[in-house]
Design a protein around this ligand. Structure first.
Ligand SMILES: Cc1cc2nc3c(=O)[nH]c(=O)nc-3n(C[C@H](O)[C@H](O)[C@H](O)COP(=O)(O)OP(=O)(O)OC[C@H]3O[C@@H](n4cnc5c(N)ncnc54)[C@H](O)[C@@H]3O)c2cc1C
Length: 420
């Protein structure tokens, strides 16, 4: 088949890779001049099956109200966005009920563990270097109550094969000596030995290069403008340069997916949730951490990528505004570095590379994969805060669906059908 993948982020590139493996003739289109230019550019770099809880936790409403309009909060809802978020927001809260949340955590954990296995295979097959580290991930807590809530989720995820160890504050310092200075502030932590980390942009671009060697046609700097659906089938798309026909199309345009889907008469329950990252050079600095760390209370992730330290976080409901707000990046840096007082004294935060982008977040948490209800149009979007972790898994699952093969994992809770 001739297949067009729309979107050259992690999700689109991984899907294109597996479609090529199936013997298809594949074209990948992205409006940006290079792959991984948006959400996949400078994310938290964590491949974390351990962090698969949807963000609409049973505590979400209280947190949203407490933090509304506060520029220094990890979760920021701008009151001006309220009218646009009304329907989606109510659904987001409805899915925060404990039974929905537990179910969707399990759905995500199943996909994540599968995806991390696929990543290992991809790594072995392609020998791509993306500053990966298979050293596990450490999650730290300052308050015993927060740790107890996370313990319940970790138990749930353990059913999907996500192993964890409980650590005391002293155990945390042993695992990651860079945290020794704040040991007295900590209530404890969990260590997830099977998690990994790596630079998503490097991975995406290098896998893209390998895919071109395998025959991928890459059309960069070309924007999809229109989807032509006739008699219930997607037959062609207009780009800003030409019209392209294909036997099948995959919509993997991240946070922009709802906009294009609407032209085909589909309403995807996805909203953009903005996040920030800051990347600092830390080569040769002994006080820098080696292990990837999730600071649960501050909602910040900290990941070592070779000679650099990436800090990422915050969730801002601010529509499609991609601007970098200095106050928000500074908060990420300040909160992240507060875990390493010695390092904070050594680095110059003005050297940090700043980034902001939009996570494509579904109303219930898991991504939307596979048939769209329109012949010829398949979906791979909505991975929210987990698109790096899910990329290989969702790429494989969607390629299997297009090829009419039964995916290796149960896909209930992952297709558009769940909303009907
Ligand atoms: C701050 C932050 C930290 C994160 N940390 C992690 C983490 O640690 N671990 C993890 O698993 N996930 C993390 N994520 C989530 C992850 O980065 C995203 O889920 C993932 O990058 C989404 O990939 P994507 O391919 O769906 O979207 P994108 O990477 O946004 O790709 C979509 C592509 O579509 C293109 N496009 C859009 N519209 C059009 C059009 N009309 N025509 C042509 N092309 C178009 C865009 O140019 C873009 O390249 C984080 C996200 C953020 C924001």
């Amino acid at each position: 088949m001739n297949i067009i993948v729309m979107g050259g982020g992690l999700v689109g590139v991984a899907t294109a890779w597996y479609l090529l493996e199936g013997g298809h003739s594949v074209t990948l289109l992205d409006r940006a001049p290079e792959l991984a230019s948006e959400a996949s550019h400078a994310n938290g770099a964590m491949l974390h099956a351990s962090h698969t809880e949807p963000w609409n936790t049973p505590q979400a409403l209280g947190q949203l109200l407490r933090w509304m309009g506060r520029e220094d909060s990890p979760l920021l809802l701008r009151p001006a966005q309220l009218p646009r978020l009304m329907g989606w927001g109510l659904g987001f809260l409805r899915y925060s009920r404990p039974h929905h949340h537990a179910r969707n955590t399990a759905v995500n954990a199943r996909l994540a563990t599968y995806s991390l296995q696929r990543m290992r295979e991809l790594e072995a097959e392609t020998a791509i270097d993306y500053t990966q580290a298979h050293n596990g991930i450490l999650k730290i807590f300052r308050h015993p109550e927060e740790m107890e809530t996370a313990r319940a989720s970790s138990r749930l995820m353990a059913d999907s094969g996500v192993r964890h160890e409980t650590l005391s504050p002293a155990g945390i310092s042993q695992r990651e000596p860079a945290l020794a200075d704040i040991q007295a502030e900590l209530a404890g932590g969990f260590f997830y030995p099977d998690d990994a980390s790596g630079d998503a942009r490097l991975f995406c671009q290098r896998l893209g290069e390998k895919a071109v060697e395998r025959g991928l046609t890459l059309r960069l700097g070309e924007s999809v403008q229109r989807l032509h659906v006739k008699a219930g089938r997607l037959r062609a798309i207009d780009t800003d340069q030409t019209t392209l026909e294909a036997d099948a199309f995959v919509l993997a345009t991240g946070a922009e997916a709802p906009y294009l889907a609407r032209q085909a008469g589909l309403r995807l329950p996805i909203k953009p949730v903005k996040g920030y990252s800051a990347t600092l050079p830390v080569g040769g600095l002994e006080a820098a951490p080696r292990l990837p760390i999730i600071d649960d209370g501050r909602k910040i992730v900290i990941t070592r990528l070779g000679d650099q330290l990436r800090m990422a976080g915050t969730a801002e409901f601010t529509g499609y505004d991609r601007r970098i707000r200095p106050q928000r990046v500074e908060r990420v840096l300040e909160q992240g570095l507060a875990n390493f007082p010695a390092l904070a004294r050594q680095v110059d935060t003005r050297e940090a590379d700043q980034w902001a982008c939009l996570r494509p977040m579904t109303i219930d948490g898991p991504p939307i994969l596979g048939p769209s209800g329109i012949d010829g149009l398949y979906l791979n979007t909505g991975a929210g805060h987990l698109g790096w972790t899910f990329a290989a898994g969702t790429g494989r699952v969607v390629a299997d669906m297009i090829d009419q093969r039964t995916p290796d994992i149960d896909v209930s809770g992952l297709t558009l059908e769940r909303y009907q």
